[in-house]
Ligand binder design. Structure first.
Ligand SMILES: [Fe+2]
Ligand SMILES: [Fe+2]
Length: 132
């Protein structure tokens, strides 16, 4: 089952941003499928690293844009980004330590609920306000 279905309401109206968001969603869905299919640990680990890198790069891009335009909600938006990266880091640490934590559920919850909300609120505002 697909973890995140792309919905019209995720669109910001900025083609490049929507494209990057779509790529992130696809990558996360792929990771979710691999985990569901009980892919080998090395594979999941590699994928987690890739997802983390792509998400970090996307956030860094948005933060650069916000600084450039002196965006009014920069601190708040950045804090939201950091929270997701922290959550992902915790999940990756748990996974690597093999503590028996239910990382599948943790990952789905962190990524889906958080990501979907962030798209619809913070990113939608950012992109509509700045037009970038
Ligand atoms: Fe974004
Ligand atoms: Fe964002």
């Amino acid at each position: 089952m697909t973890l995140i279905e792309w919905r019209k309401e995720f669109e910001t109206g900025v083609a490049e941003v929507d494209h990057e968001h779509q790529e992130l969603v696809e990558l996360i869905n792929e990771l979710h499928d691999q985990i569901a299919a009980d892919a080998p640990r090395e594979k999941v680990s590699e994928f987690l690293g890739e997802v983390f890198a792509k998400i970090s790069a996307h956030f860094a891009l948005e933060e650069t844009v916000m600084r450039k335009y002196d965006y009014d909600e920069y601190a708040d938006h950045k804090a939201d980004h950091e929270k997701l990266l922290d959550d992902l880091r915790d999940i990756m640490d748990d996974f690597e330590a093999d503590t028996g934590t239910d990382y599948k559920t943790a990952l789905s919850a962190a990524v889906r609920d958080w990501f979907v909300n962030h798209f619809k609120t913070k990113d939608a505002r950012l992109h509509s306000k700045l037009g970038v």
